[in-house]
Unconditional design. Structure first.
Length: 251
């Protein structure tokens, strides 16, 4: 078994009397291509928020490369190597693609004080940003504002920003959500071509995407893990099929 890059131990989250995460023991291995699925209300978003530091657990632990980061702030987790995209994009629509990348790279490199200078003022930041765009074939869009881009390419910019942060772990929250079907192949092609040294967790409801991408699938139901295993094993699991793959609703 390979080394766990990201791991949770007996992770619980309560909101008052409501328990939304129940004793979650989860591991994301080095180079993983792992999918997290589950019906509406399963607790997927809560779990990702616990991993990224948006929420603090009621009890249990989150470890990054064996280091306890349970109480580490969200921004420090990003610097430690956890990057995330969101279900709805969080880009600055009025800024150019390059400016969006420039802001993210500036923060990551500790150049935040220079973020609002002209983009050419920090050559190393521009070079890092352009390298991230080149990697996703977005260089030709560098001078366009976000609002000028089709939605599918906006999602690619989000992934470029996440990769520019040099993550050890990349969490993709429904990366193709809202993307027209004619553009969704762009997202899937990029996800499949992500560097093998990055452990990737995708939160997804589209089973075609899940089975195309994942080498391991974890099924979350009512805040707890119902099953975890390779795709063929999950597809053959009668309990999983009854609560999700068959007649369950998606989120």
């Amino acid at each position: 078994m390979s080394e766990a890059v990201l791991e949770t131990r007996d992770l619980n989250k309560n909101f008052g009397a409501l328990q939304v995460s129940r004793n979650i023991n989860f591991r994301l291995d080095a180079g993983a291509r792992h999918a997290l699925i589950g019906p509406n209300g399963a607790g997927k978003t809560t779990f990702v928020n616990l991993l990224t530091g948006v929420l603090s657990p009621t009890d249990g632990a989150v470890l990054l490369n064996g280091r306890d980061i349970t109480h580490m702030r969200q921004d420090r987790r990003v610097k430690a190597g956890i990057a995330r995209t969101f279900q709805i994009n969080t880009l600055f629509a009025g800024l150019t693609v390059l400016e969006n990348l420039y802001l993210a790279v500036s923060e990551h490199l500790g150049r935040a004080g220079a973020m609002f200078r002209p983009a050419g003022a920090r050559r190393e930041v521009v070079d890092e940003a352009m390298a991230a765009l080149d990697g996703l074939r977005l260089a030709d869009d560098a001078g366009k504002t976000i609002r000028e881009l089709p939605y599918g390419r906006q999602r690619l910019v989000e992934i470029a920003i996440a990769l520019a942060l040099k993550p050890k772990v990349l969490l993709l929250d429904e990366p193709a959500a809202g993307v027209p079907s004619a553009e969704s192949h762009l997202i899937l092609d990029v996800i499949e071509a992500l560097p093998e040294d990055i452990a990737v967790l995708i939160i997804e409801h589209d089973m075609d995407v899940v089975f195309r991408f994942a080498r391991e699938i974890t099924v979350l139901v009512q805040g707890g893990i119902l099953a975890s295993g390779p795709p063929d094993e999950i597809a053959a699991n009668a309990e999983v099929r009854s609560v999700y793959l068959g007649e369950g609703t998606h989120d």
